[in-house]
Design a protein around this ligand. Structure first.
Ligand code: ZN
Length: 325
């Protein structure tokens, strides 16, 4: 994710940090926590830029670029190594060793530990003294990133300022995906499937995604009961294999839910809709009574429940086609 996009979509947190910087009240330790894709790493980098950039963090100048590219002398980042699922004790030891040496560059030193929640309790505990006294007199800011707050030892939590990263709002998510070069309709469809902009590219290239997307675009064109039957017969094969069939139908139902929710919105303009490129199709359903549309939304929610309780995806798909029109 681009750091600019994170700064925009996590404004509250950015402003807290900016304000603290302006007032000279930055903490010596932060713990950023929240799901993957909420921009924790990018925000940590943004904070480092704030400290060094002469424009207060422009993300464009040479200094900012050096930080964002991971090449700044005073900004140390440790994250998961390739094919590993945890931060190791060795990585944490190396970091402390590094900080025991005097930096060649003046100014605050920053270290970022991405995935502190994956480190063993012992490895986490080895950081306690370091957080308070990073082995030299240079001002230091530690930023810990975690997905699971409950896996961070309480003694680290109590030494940090905790900032919770909420999932990025769907509207922002759509803008970010478009900015990443994903086309408008795909950006909107993918925003219904994930909160993590970094997974979007992979989803858009997935074969099943392409197939179910094609299906969905035909579904919103189905005009009457006999077309619905024909549509069912032509597409039931996508839902006949357990597992994949359930994934496929979950995807389809998420889009149907967004479609009916859009049709149920009061707004006359199409710009506020999630699936605005399908406005012509949504309009057709908008003429239905509010009661009927509520019924349709409830129907989709019920089908999600059925899928969860292991009703065969093919049967659930049949029910969808019985009630879609
Ligand atoms: Zn800059």
């Amino acid at each position: 994710m681009k750091v600019e996009n994170v700064v925009n979509s996590q404004k509250v947190i950015y402003n807290i940090l900016k304000q603290a910087k302006v007032n000279n009240r930055l903490s010596h330790a932060y713990l950023f926590y929240g799901e993957a894709g909420t921009g924790k790493k990018e925000m940590a980098m943004a904070l480092a830029c704030m400290l060094y950039c002469e424009h207060g963090g422009c993300f464009k100048c040479d200094t900012c670029r050096t930080i964002l590219d991971g090449n700044h002398m005073n900004v140390d980042y440790i994250g998961m190594e390739a094919n590993k699922t945890k931060i190791s004790k060795d990585q944490i030891m190396d970091l402390q060793e590094e900080f025991s040496k005097t930096s060649l560059v003046e100014g605050t030193r920053v270290y970022i530990v991405d995935g502190i929640d994956t480190a063993s309790t012992q490895a986490q505990n080895s950081l306690l003294k370091f957080i308070e006294d990073p082995a030299n007199t240079t001002p230091t800011i530690g930023i810990f990133l975690a997905t699971e707050l409950s896996n961070v030892v309480s003694t680290i939590q109590s030494r940090c300022v905790l900032l919770h990263f909420e999932a990025i709002e769907q509207k922002n998510m759509i803008d970010i995906l478009i900015d990443q070069g994903i086309d408008d309709l795909d950006a909107r469809l993918i925003s219904c499937l994930t909160n993590d902009p970094d997974s979007a590219e992979e989803i858009s290239q997935n074969e099943n995604y392409q197939a179910i997307k094609g299906m969905f675009l035909e579904l919103v064109d189905v005009k009457n009961k006999s077309e619905a039957v024909k549509y069912y017969l032509e597409n039931a094969m996508y839902f006949s294999i357990p597992g994949v069939g359930t994934d496929n139908l979950t995807m389809l139902l998420k889009w149907v839910l967004a479609f009916f929710s859009d049709a149920n919105k009061d707004k006359k303009a199409d710009t506020d809709l999630i699936l605005s490129p399908l406005y012509d199709k949504i309009k057709v359903y908008k003429s239905n009574s509010r009661a009927l549309m509520t019924e349709k939304l409830e129907m989709v929610l019920f089908l999600f429940k059925e899928l969860k309780s292991n009703v065969s995806p093919k049967n659930v798909f049949f029910e969808l086609m019985e009630k879609f029109i």
